[in-house]
Design a binder for this molecule. Structure first.
Ligand SMILES: Cc1cc2nc3c(=O)[nH]c(=O)nc-3n(C[C@H](O)[C@H](O)[C@H](O)COP(=O)(O)OP(=O)(O)OC[C@H]3O[C@@H](n4cnc5c(N)ncnc54)[C@H](O)[C@@H]3O)c2cc1C
Length: 520
């Protein structure tokens, strides 16, 4: 017999498989020995009451029944199959490549950056020596922007594709099994590089081509049809379909599309700062006066307010994490966050950002046309670099000083390794974002007591929350409306926001490209 049920257990009981089994047996009124297996479907934390509880949705198997195992995908050898070019090896590119192989097509993945291991050396030099390699950094390189991240796998894209399939592929490639059942799954920056490397091996072992150091600099287009691409080394690659999955930081790709008269659209973004608190404080705010204790994970938060007509909200919160330098070029300071799987650092950081629409921009940006938002974001990152002292040192202020409009005479300790410096955050953020952030922080403090604090630090500028440009595509064929055979994909094209949604969009674009090729 197969029976589904819900349990509500203390964090301690929920940490022990035997206690869970025992509680399930008691709830069903059966002897524990009758249970053959238990399968946890979902696990979530309920911190609303005085005592934090864990809710577990599970299935128990009795009377000879056992869970059916889902077989892994069988990949054929595609070395001599029809090629499909994929630009970018982020989640969209990697999952597009896997889908191509599954369907019998040969992916040619062109990646401007380096493999995960070589990339690590450049990340170190970014943090320690403040040197930005424009092809190898926190956004560019194998695995894309998601590799050295928190690896949070939350998504609202369930209707757009097979989320569980994406999670299963990640587990098959080395991610922890719990990501399938956790309500708020994450992998952690210490584990992601291995997972990304294993995905590459899977692709190359089945005949896919994976090339690093291949920055695409031009498209080969004939009669409004894409025939291939040219890379910075002068190499030409041709195929009947090209999936463009270059992420939200590939400004050279947006400039190329614009220059070639290929339709793009400007879109809203969200920009602000990383707010950093002690994790202990966030644990106490979220879990109550007992704090986290031994059995609960580092607490997270999600918060949103309307301030002067625009949303101000937390973005990519990293419990027990680090703030990292995410610039992709010189003369920029950009911050983002990541955390290890254990989330055991003593800081909690989150992007706190204000939504900004093209019509909110000062008149001077409108001359850039569809690239207006990209130019605005670039300017804010440049200001951040100036205010930080023209290095990867980031401009910062105590939260209360910023809100009370005074300079910080000292700053709290931070997880941001290149260092922070007290700066005029009004200059960094400009007069659209700064006042709304101020209002937002005060309101957050009213909702989460202790959040608005002089011990909290705000660090600028968090500007890579989404793409400043949308590359249009037909809703059914997913092809660019003007250039046939070109499939804009993932976050850079404006169709995803996060690892899982980008992966799903990559899969969908691979299927669309295959449909297009087979219908030709
Ligand atoms: C520090 C950090 C932490 C993050 N944390 C999380 C998180 O916890 N959870 C989450 O869901 N999301 C997180 N994100 C966002 C997430 O990483 C992105 O949403 C996701 O990676 C987008 O996938 P993508 O494949 O569309 O693009 P990307 O991951 O940006 O990949 C694009 C790839 O294209 C390559 N490329 C760019 N231009 C070219 C070119 N001209 N030629 C060849 N290759 C090119 C790049 O090198 C890159 O590898 C984080 C991002 C950062 C930077």
């Amino acid at each position: 017999m197969i029976q589904e049920l819900q349990l509500r257990l203390s964090p301690r009981d929920a940490s022990n498989p035997h206690t869970i089994k025992d509680a399930a047996a008691r709830k069903c009124g059966i002897n524990i020995k009758k249970i053959n297996a238990i399968q946890v479907l979902r696990r979530s934390i309920d911190a609303r009451g005085r005592n934090v509880m864990i809710q577990i949705q599970l299935v128990i198997y009795t009377d000879g029944d056992t869970p059916a195992s889902i077989p892994p995908v069988e990949y054929p050898m595609v070395e001599n199959a029809t090629p499909i070019i994929i630009i970018g090896s982020g989640p969209a590119g990697m999952f597009a490549a896997l889908k191509c192989i599954e369907k019998g097509y040969r992916p040619i993945v062109l990646e401007r950056g380096k493999d995960v291991r070589s990339r690590r050396v450049d990340l170190k030099s970014l943090s320690v020596d403040h040197i930005v390699n424009p092809d190898s950094n926190y956004c560019f390189g194998e695995g894309g922007a998601g590799t050295y991240s928190d690896g949070k796998l939350y998504t609202r894209s369930r209707k757009r594709g097979d989320v569980d399939g994406v999670l299963r592929r990640l587990v098959e490639c080395g991610a922890q099994e719990e990501i399938i059942t956790d309500a708020r799954p994450h992998i952690g920056t210490n584990r992601l590089p291995q997972v990304v490397e294993n995905i590459r091996h899977r692709i190359t072992e089945h005949g896919g081509l994976y090339l690093f150091g291949q920055r695409v600099t031009d498209f080969i287009i004939k009669d409004s049809h894409i025939e291939g691409v040219i890379t910075s080394s002068g190499e030409k690659y041709t195929a009947a379909a090209v999936i463009l999955a270059t992420g939200h930081s590939a400004r050279d790709i947006y400039a190329l599309l614009h220059r070639k008269g290929i339709m793009i659209e400007s879109k809203a973004v969200a920009l602000g700062v990383r707010a950093e608190h002690s994790q202990d404080l966030i644990d106490h705010i979220q879990y109550g006066k007992e704090g986290r204790g031994k059995y609960l994970p580092a607490a997270s938060y999600k918060i949103v307010e309307q301030c002067a007509g625009r949303g101000v909200y937390s973005f990519c919160m990293c419990p027990g994490g680090y703030i990292v330098p995410s610039a992709t070029d010189e003369c920029q300071v950009v911050v983002n966050g990541m955390s290890p799987s254990s989330r055991n650092n003593r800081y909690a950081n989150s992007g706190i950002v204000v939504e900004i629409h093209p019509e909110d921009l000062p008149e001077s940006y409108h001359k850039y046309g569809e690239l207006c938002m990209m130019e605005y974001v670039k300017d804010m990152e440049y200001r951040s670099w100036i205010a930080g002292g023209k290095s990867q040192c980031a401009p910062a202020a105590r939260m209360t000083d910023f809100c009370e409009k005074r300079a910080s005479s000292s700053l709290p300790a931070t997880s941001y390794t290149p260092g922070i410096t007290s700066a005029d955050m009004d200059y960094v953020l400009g007069d659209f974002v700064a006042p709304r952030l101020r209002e937002g922080f005060v309101k957050f403090g009213q909702k989460m007591r202790g959040y608005y604090s002089s011990e909290a630090c705000i660090i600028g500028v968090e500007s890579r929350t989404s793409s400043p440009v949308r590359i249009p595509r037909d809703a059914t064929t997913l092809s660019h409306p003007q250039i046939s055979g070109l499939f804009p994909s993932g976050e850079g094209a404006g169709y995803a926001g996060g690892i899982v949604s980008a992966a799903i969009d990559g899969e969908n674009c691979a299927l669309a490209a295959i449909n297009y090729i087979s219908g030709k």
